[in-house]
Write a protein that binds this ligand. Structure first.
Ligand code: TRP
Ligand code: ZN
Length: 442
């Protein structure tokens, strides 16, 4: 995805204004992007798609703005000197029906409509349908959200509710602060008739679920497991890396959950069905907060690190809580692995079209399983702890993981991991000489 993100500047903060009206109804929006030039800029880009663009200013002066595909090309009235701070303001009419489609696990993403409002599921490149962004998974900045809703509706976003302000016309402005820098793909902004359900996790961690009014009691049973999920994951991966957590129950037909930072969106159907499945999904999104959110992806090709870990711990948890054994799931994945290599690309070699296919999930959990079989579970656990500790709050890629694993295990793991991650044939599984890969013909 070579056009994702832009060079020449770093974003210090986004401030997003949304003047929400009604479902599927265009509304006034604006983004203030505070940035610092890392080179002299006569021109620069933001990622932005769809919506109706009205006006762009740079440091208050009208700037020329042209759209080319997903790029918003901005030419300020005067060039920006290298090293200087500048502020871009983009005013637009937002279109909350904008979505994109992918032919994989995700299907539709972007603005995700609900009966009363919206949730956002931006991953991988849908943030640009919501606001002008430097939309690359490795690039993060804090976000302030200022969302105005009609009386009777609530707004929620990543991080902390700073305050609400009722205006003379009865509309309410909700201000949220992401508290931590966030990649555009992990932004959440939701509107609905919500109940906020407060609880706490380990060491008093604030937990706030955001639940459509009619779904509070029906989803209570599984939502209340978050406390246990946090404790279980902390035993393996160390302290939860953000200042709060919560589950946003999606009143949508969207079939999958998403790890939007500090507030995972989980579709209501996941919370109304089978307990084993519900816990798998909840633990999956929570695990992403260590791997995928706290450790950002260096580039999309590194997605296996995010989804592979989320699937690995989801299965490890499930094995201890009434689900199938990790070993049987991994054996099944092993049988499929050449097929997935062929159809989806090797774990660390997706294409845009195969990014969220099975190889990035069980196929990548299998790579971690193979590593555990190779180095032993004690060394593996030390690698995992070291990984989430060393790269907390940073971006990291496949090479970083292989190097760190080698250092912790005290052996060069490149010869072992390279064929697993990049090869066209599945290597033998250490400790399981009887495991067989189904043949692929074509
Ligand atoms: N990362 C999600 C998961 O936890 C899957 C996903 C990617 C997704 N993009 C999405 C889900 C968009 C909903 C909408 O596996
Ligand atoms: Zn995931």
């Amino acid at each position: 995805m070579p056009l994702a993100g832009n060079g020449g500047y770093t974003v210090r903060r986004y401030t997003l204004d949304f003047d929400w009206r009604a479902p599927r109804t265009p509304f006034a929006a604006g983004a203030t992007v505070e940035a610092t030039a890392t080179q002299a800029l006569s021109r620069f880009d933001l990622d932005f798609a769809g919506n109706t663009l009205h006006r762009v200013t740079v440091d208050g002066a009208r700037a020329a703005a042209e759209r080319a595909g997903d790029e918003l090309v901005i030419t300020p009235a005067r060039p920006i000197p290298r090293g200087s701070a500048f502020t871009v303001r983009v005013d637009y009419t937002a279109d909350p029906t904008l979505r994109r489609h992918r032919d994989d696990a995700i299907q539709d993403y972007g603005w995700t409509p609900t009966p009363d409002g919206t949730v956002i599921c931006a991953q991988p490149d849908g943030a640009r349908l919501v606001f002008p962004a430097n939309d690359h998974p490795s690039l993060r900045a804090p976000v302030t959200f200022r969302i105005t809703t009609p009386a009777g509706l609530s707004a929620v976003a990543n991080g902390r509710l700073v305050g609400t302000h009722r205006r003379p016309d009865g509309r309410v402005r909700w201000t949220y602060d992401s508290e931590e820098p966030i990649a555009a793909q992990l932004v959440q902004m939701a509107i609905g008739k919500f109940t906020f359900v407060d609880s706490s996790g380990p060491r008093g961690l604030p937990v706030r679920d955001v639940v459509p009014d009619g779904l509070v009691s029906d989803t209570e049973e599984y939502r209340s497991l978050t406390r246990e999920h946090l404790a279980w994951l902390e035993r393996r991966l160390g302290p939860y890396p953000f200042r709060r957590y919560g589950v946003l129950v999606g009143d949508t037909d969207q079939p999958v959950a998403l790890e939007t930072q500090s507030l995972s969106v989980v579709p209501k159907d996941d919370l109304l069905g089978d307990r084993v499945d519900a816990e798998r999904n909840l633990v999956h999104e929570l695990t992403h907060h260590w791997t995928g959110d706290s450790i950002a992806l260096r580039r999309w090709s590194d997605l296996w690190l995010s989804e592979g870990h989320a699937r690995f711990y989801e299965r490890l948890y499930s094995e201890e809580h009434g689900g199938v054994s990790l070993e049987s799931a991994m054996r099944a994945a092993y049988e499929q692995h050449d097929r997935w290599r062929h159809d989806d690309g090797a774990p660390a070699e997706p294409t845009e079209a195969t990014l969220f296919r099975a190889m990035r999930y069980d196929g990548s959990a299998l790579v971690l399983y193979a590593l555990r079989e190779q180095v032993g579970s004690r060394a593996f656990d030390r690698i995992e702890r070291a990984w989430v500790t060393a790269y907390r709050g940073r971006a990291a890629g496949t090479g970083d993981f292989v190097a760190l694993a080698s250092r912790i295990a005290g052996e060069d793991l490149r010869p072992f991991l390279t064929p697993w991650l990049y090869g066209s044939r599945t290597p033998p599984m250490p400790g399981h000489p009887d495991w067989q890969v189904d043949p692929v013909e074509d």
